[in-house]
Design a protein around this ligand. Structure first.
Ligand code: NAP
Length: 483
């Protein structure tokens, strides 16, 4: 076990059933996250991890496939062959076809062995959304849905508002809203939660956190990779649906929301919902869609799908009136980094202009919230250059790098979210009304995009949206590779 154990909240003994347990999401994200929680002692030998596999595999084969995805635990010295074998020992692998129902009896037998009101049984649907309805029906018909049952689903929950409603109606016909955990893994990231701590556990920013002092906000989520093997899947969604509708709007909500009166699921989500409902419908002049050169060659046909999108958004309420939020996300960009940058207004009066000193290095104050990688916070200030020569300015920074400040590994978002599900804490999951409000904002953007071709951009650039800010005399602030 690692040194963090004493700080870790206990989680009730639980059963997790992973539908699509041999798929990409399960092998790359879900099981490595469980392994770290096991190493930290949060998942104990009393848990069961049930792999519902469409095509059965042996435990040894499964372990062999999983092991490369757990490499960071081995290289950090925490994992070894023995604890990995013990972890694999928690697994039960059964064959299950959610369409034909083959294997449902085995699943029921296994679950019923340990069924109890105080033992959460969590069904994680790591299958295509088109199988969500069939999966829920299967669980209901096998009498496997009880008050202690919970359901985890991932985006994309639909490709527009109506299809999102349809999918949600399917799962809501079997599970209640309180049993459903809709993952947006950005919400599980340490820095994203820290944004709430920064805003609501400190007093100093609150009085500055409005149109009185903030000039504009930029949110960038840049990836260097392209679509690669996922071209077929990605082409149905594009950057607007894949990133903007969920991750980026969620980040915007956390920046813009009012302080809830308590940090609990319903109040936090109520406040985020208010932000989504206050978004001014986007205007076509304020949206730039892009596609990286070579995308169509990767896909093997022509396509109108965006791999980049940038837009200017306003939150129409008292706090944010007139403050633009510039948001962009894209693939094959110059850096891999996600950052939120709050740029404060210029000082109202410049006392230094009268002494005729150079203003080189005099920039507005900025708060940079680095979401990934190298998570941390930086407050950019203007300081006096040391030494004689008058009042010359240079930009300086108060830098809080979480990696350096906290000498411990930052858990992956999935680790936190998986444990929150067993603890029954929905704060970091999306409620249905939030999902639908986000689609309500996004649907018209998708509609507008239908008739326009995305701008082509070169790999290794920051996309084709410079004009969006230039119109207002502003520039994008590009994240650096190393934070
Ligand atoms: P995937 O690799 O294709 O895995 C899907 C799994 O579903 C496979 O194990 C597949 O088994 C199984 N399956 C197919 N038909 C089935 C049936 N009739 N009954 C039971 N199982 C069946 O896809 P994925 O990338 O893991 O994605 C899974 C879900 O997570 C999707 O909703 C996706 O949008 C979402 N998601 C994925 C990621 C990611 O990083 N991969 C990220 C965010 C969200 P066989 O292969 O044996 O047929």
């Amino acid at each position: 076990m690692t040194e963090q154990t004493s700080q870790i909240a206990t989680v009730p003994d639980s059963d997790y059933v992973i539908f699509g347990g041999t798929g990409d999401l399960a092998l790359r994200k879900i099981f490595p996250a469980f392994f770290w929680r096991f190493l930290d002692g949060q998942v104990t030998e009393n848990f069961r991890l049930i792999i519902a596999a469409h095509h059965i595999v042996s435990r040894d084969d499964f372990a062999e496939k999983l092991r490369p995805n757990c490499e960071d635990a081995f290289t950090s010295g925490v994992a070894n062959d023995d604890n990995f074998a013990a972890f694999i020992g928690l697994m039960n692998i059964i064959e299950l076809d959610v369409v034909s129902g083959k294997g449902a009896d085995n699943l029921a037998g296994l679950i019923n062995e340990k069924i109890s009101a105080d033992r959460p049984c969590i069904y994680y649907l790591a299958v295509a959304p088109s199988l969500f309805g069939a999966s829920c029906q299967l669980l209901q018909q096998a009498d496997l849905v009880h008050p202690q049952s919970r359901l985890i689903v991932e985006k994309p929950l639909g490709h527009d508002g109506p299809s999102a409603k349809l999918i949600n109606n399917e799962i809501l016909s079997v599970f209640t809203e309180e049993q459903i955990y809709r993952i947006d893994h950005y919400l599980g990231k340490e820095t994203v939660q820290n944004l709430m701590a920064l805003r609501f556990a400190n007093i100093i920013f609150e009085s500055l956190w409005s149109n009185n002092h903030i000039d504009h906000v930029q949110i960038t989520a840049a990836e260097t990779v392209g679509v690669g093997q996922r071209a077929e899947y990605y082409d149905k969604y594009g950057a607007v649906r894949d990133m903007l509708q969920n991750h980026l709007l969620q980040l915007l909500c956390l920046v813009a929301m009012e302080p809830p009166s308590q940090f609990n699921a319903s109040q936090v989500r109520d406040e985020k919902l208010r932000v989504l409902r206050a978004l001014r419908p986007a205007n076509s002049e304020d949206i730039v869609r892009g596609q990286y050169q070579g995308y169509e060659a990767e896909l093997g046909r022509t396509s109108n799908t965006d791999t980049f999108v940038a837009l200017k958004v306003f939150v129409d309420n008292w706090r944010w009136a007139g403050v633009p939020f510039y948001i962009r996300t894209g693939k094959k960009m110059a850096v891999r980094a996600s950052e939120i940058i709050i740029t404060f207004k210029r000082r109202p009066h410049d006392i230094f202009s009268t002494i005729g000193q150079s203003q080189k290095g005099d920039a507005p104050n900025r708060l940079v919230i680095r979401v990934q990688p190298q998570e941390g916070l930086r407050l950019q200030l203007t300081s006096k250059e040391p030494g004689p020569g008058g009042m010359r300015f240079f930009p300086s920074e108060l830098n809080l790098s979480f990696g350096e400040t906290f000498d411990q590994r930052l858990p992956d978002a999935y680790e936190r979210l998986l444990m929150d599900t067993a603890r029954g804490n929905q704060t970091l999951f999306m409620r249905l009304d939030e999902v639908l409000a986000a689609w309500q904002f996004i649907d018209p953007i998708i509609d507008m995009a239908k008739d326009t071709a995305p701008h082509l951009y070169r790999e290794g650039t920051m996309g084709p949206a410079d004009t969006l800010l230039a119109k207002a005399g502003r520039d994008w602030i590009d994240p650096s590779e190393d934070g």
